[in-house]
Design a protein around this ligand. Structure first.
Ligand SMILES: NC(=O)c1ccc[n+]([C@@H]2O[C@H](COP(=O)([O-])OP(=O)(O)OC[C@H]3O[C@@H](n4cnc5c(N)ncnc54)[C@H](OP(=O)(O)O)[C@@H]3O)[C@@H](O)[C@H]2O)c1
Length: 286
C-alpha cells in the first residue's frame, strides 16, 4: 500500500477501538482491488465526537463506520439519515458527499444479504421469531418488517423490553409484531409455526450457557439464524441442524454489513471471499 496526497481516507470511530477487526477486513479488500484508499481506526471518546466529525469534513474523508458508543449519539451531526437507520435509531455508516453527511445502517441489509448468499428466503407474508430485544434485534426486526414478514414475535429475558420494542416497531411498520417472555406458553407454538427463527441474544457466545429455547420446538426445514459469530457454529445452530433445520451463523452478516459500506464509499463491490479470509485471520490472531 502506497499512501500519497491522493489517497482517499475511510475508517471507523469508536471507544474503545483497538479490538475492531474492520481495518483488516477493509484494507484487505482495498489491497485486493488495488484501490487508492486506506481504512484507519480512530479512537474517538464521546466528548470529542462533534470535533471529530467536523475534522473528517475538513479533511475530505470519504466514509466512516461508527461503533460503540457513538451509533446513536452521532445522529444529531448528520444532514440525512436513511429510513432503515431512522427506524433502527442507530447509524453504523457515514457517507461524506458534497459537504453533506449521510447516515445509514448496514446491519439490516447485511443480515438479509447473508441469507440471500446462502439461498435462504425471507418468509415474505409469513412469520418469524426474534430471540433478544437489544440493539441488533431492533435492526433485524426492522429488516424483516421492511422485507415483508407479516408476523414477528420478539421474545426476551426482560419481557418489558420485548413488549416495548414490538409496540414501537408495530406502529412504524406494516408488520404485526408482539413481544413475550422466554417462559411464555405461546413461545413453543410461535417457534414451531415460524419459517425463520433468529437468535440475537449474546448467551450464544458462551458455549456452557443453557439454550434459551427448547430445540424440540423447532420445525424441520425452518431457518435458524444465529447472528452471534463467536463461535461460528453456536450450540443453537448445532441443535437446529440435528432437527434438520437450515442453519446460518453470524459471520456472513458481519462480512456483508462491511461490504455494503465499502460499496457505498468506493462504488466498487468488494471481494467477499477476501474479506471473509481477512476476518478469519483477525480472529485467529486474538
Ligand atoms: N453478525 C453480526 O454482524 C452481528 C451484529 C451485531 C451484533 N452481533 C452479536 O449479537 C449479539 C447481541 O448484540 P446486541 O448489540 O444486540 O447486544 P445487546 O443490545 O446488549 O442485547 C443483548 C441481548 O441478549 C440478551 N441476554 C444477555 N444475557 C442474557 C441471559 N443471561 N439470558 C437471556 N438473555 C440474555 C439480552 O436480554 P435482556 O434484555 O434481558 O438483558 C438482550 O436481549 C452479540 O453477541 C453481538 O456480537 C452480531
Amino acid at each position: 500500500m502506497q499512501i500519497t496526497g491522493q489517497t482517499k481516507i475511510v475508517g471507523i470511530i469508536g471507544d474503545p477501538i483497538k479490538h475492531s477487526r474492520s481495518p483488516q477486513i477493509h484494507n484487505a479488500a482495498i489491497a485486493a482491488l488495488g484501490l487508492d484508499y486506506v481504512y484507519v481506526p480512530f479512537h474517538v471518546p464521546s466528548d470529542n465526537l462533534g470535533a471529530a466529525i467536523e475534522g473528517f469534513k475538513a479533511i475530505d474523508v470519504v466514509g466512516i463506520n461508527v461503533t460503540i458508543p457513538h451509533k446513536q449519539s452521532v445522529i444529531p451531526y448528520l444532514d440525512e439519515i436513511s429510513r432503515e437507520a431512522t427506524l433502527i435509531g442507530a447509524v453504523n455508516t457515514l457517507i461524506f458527499r458534497e459537504g453533506a453527511i449521510i447516515g445509514e445502517n448496514t446491519d439490516a441489509p447485511g443480515f438479509l444479504q447473508a441469507m440471500a448468499e446462502d439461498d435462504l428466503d425471507v418468509p415474505q407474508g409469513g412469520s418469524a421469531v426474534v430471540i433478544g430485544a437489544g440493539g441488533s434485534a431492533r435492526a433485524i426486526v426492522v429488516a424483516l418488517a421492511l422485507a415483508g414478514v407479516r408476523t414477528i414475535c420478539i421474545t426476551n429475558r426482560t419481557v418489558s423490553k420485548a413488549v416495548a420494542l414490538a409496540a414501537d416497531l408495530s406502529d412504524k411498520t406494516d408488520a404485526s409484531i408482539y413481544g413475550i417472555g422466554l417462559d411464555d406458553s405461546k413461545l413453543p407454538n410461535a417457534i414451531g409455526t415460524s419459517q425463520l427463527i433468529v437468535n440475537t441474544a449474546s448467551t450464544s457466545m458462551d458455549v456452557s450457557h443453557p439454550l434459551l429455547i427448547d430445540p424440540a420446538w423447532l420445525a424441520p426445514l425452518s431457518i435458524v439464524y444465529d447472528i452471534v459469530y463467536t463461535p461460528p457454529e453456536t450450540r443453537l445452530l448445532q441443535a437446529a441442524a440435528e432437527k434438520e433445520c437450515h442453519v446460518i451463523g453470524g459471520l456472513g452478516m458481519l462480512v456483508h454489513q462491511g461490504a455494503i459500506a465499502f460499496e457505498k464509499w468506493t462504488g466498487v463491490n468488494p471481494p467477499l471471499e477476501i474479506m471473509r479470509q481477512a476476518l478469519q485471520g483477525a480472529f485467529d490472531q486474538k
